[in-house]
Design a protein around this ligand. Structure first.
Ligand code: PLP
Length: 351
């Protein structure tokens, strides 16, 4: 018999609770801190793992008008949600095929080199953004090439640069600010942009006409100035699939890294390293249900993790628990960056 493909699958035992109110609130706060500049949003990497198609409508509703993705393919998946002219592809036209596609759909390339500038001219040119490298030495036009005819003939909407150490008190910040100002004086453009999330907190000099927060929209706190302003957005939650009682001397999980010292009640949840809950949480992660703390026991497996139910004797199969995921704290506990904690979150979460 053929399977009925119209039948909707049952809900997953794994979900990513996204606080849409907090997301919109974070954008508004970052807009407020951007002063006279408007605030855009970096929604690359599937909206930092949250699901770009789910968050873009929230950001639009909050008032966001400028969006940044890394790859052309990421722009393609958002074309029905965002005006193509308000969508910038940070990697720019990496190939001739990229340039042709960007031109055809009207999405703005961020031009990062003379090669990319010529590629854009070759397909007919038109409105684009320009990234100038002021000291990160990653992607962007070198300062020495600002005067090139291929650059001065571009129709630049946003002149961008990107800070290498905005979350630190680094001499690089002032150095990059100075070079960005030089670039603004040389290259004709409509708007200028320098600050990522942490850059916004560096003050008005760094704001230009448009800021480009990413991390902080999603609850990341890159610097002290944003603490108390930014709210948590993402909460990974998983259902308990099985509960068991184990006795002293019994081991839990791969390689028996946890051994019970007394009788225990433990639960297995549908969350593993394939979901982005990496093995660094083994024997270290904390889940919660109500006010109870439920430590991870032994190794995190690919699709599941075992937790101690000792603090919550009423929990049973089918009940939901939540992983501690306040990003600044989770970063310290796991050794991962707040960016990694977000972008790791896997495809199996119901978002
Ligand atoms: C990712 C990115 C941002 C956002 O940075 P956050 O640190 O996440 O706020 C801004 N600008 C560029 C060019 C980026 O690549």
């Amino acid at each position: 018999m053929m399977p009925d493909t119209r039948l909707a699958p049952p809900p997953a035992a794994l979900r990513l609770a996204i606080d849409r109110d907090a997301l919109r609130g974070n954008w508004r706060e970052l807009k407020r801190l951007s002063g006279a500049a408007s605030a855009g949003a970096a929604v690359k990497a599937n909206g930092y793992g949250l699901g770009a198609r789910g968050i873009v409508p929230e950001l639009l509703q909050a008032g966001c008008r400028d969006f940044f993705v890394a790859h052309a393919g990421e722009a393609a998946s958002l074309l029905d949600l965002i005006d193509p002219a308000a969508l910038s592809v940070l990697h720019g036209p990496v190939s001739d095929a990229d340039a042709q596609w960007l031109k055809a759909v009207g999405v703005k390339p961020v031009i990062n080199s003379l090669v990319q500038a010529r590629r854009w001219h070759d397909v007919g040119g038109g409105r684009c953004d320009l990234m100038v490298d002021t000291g990160i030495n990653r992607l962007g036009l070198p300062m020495t090439e600002l005067g090139d005819e291929a650059v001065s003939s571009l129709e630049v909407d946003v002149l961008l640069s990107h800070l290498a150490a905005a979350e630190e008190e680094s001499p690089l910040n002032a150095l990059q600010l100075g070079r960005w100002r030089e670039a603004r004086a040389v290259v004709p453009h409509r708007r200028a942009s320098l600050a990522n999330s942490a850059g916004i907190a560096l003050g008005a000099e760094y704001h230009g006409d448009l800021t480009r927060p990413g991390l902080a929209l999603y609850g990341g706190i890159p610097c002290e100035a944003l603490r108390g302003v930014i709210r948590q957005v993402v909460r990974p939650q998983a259902a308990i699939m099985q509960v068991r009682e184990i006795g002293p001397g019994e081991a839990v999980g791969y390689n028996a890294t946890y051994v019970a010292q007394q009788p225990m009640r433990v639960g297995t949840i549908a969350l593993g390293y394939a979901d982005g809950y990496l093995r660094c949480w083994s024997g270290k992660g904390l889940l919660r249900a109500g006010g109870s703390v439920l430590p991870v026991l032994g190794r995190v497996s690919m699709d599941m993790t075992v937790i101690d139910l000792g603090n919550a004797p009423d929990l049973k199969e089918g009940d939901w628990v939540e992983a501690g995921y306040h990003l600044p704290d989770a970063a310290i506990a796991s050794g991962l960056s707040q960016y990694e904690l977000l972008t790791l979150l896997g495809a199996r979460f119901q978002r």
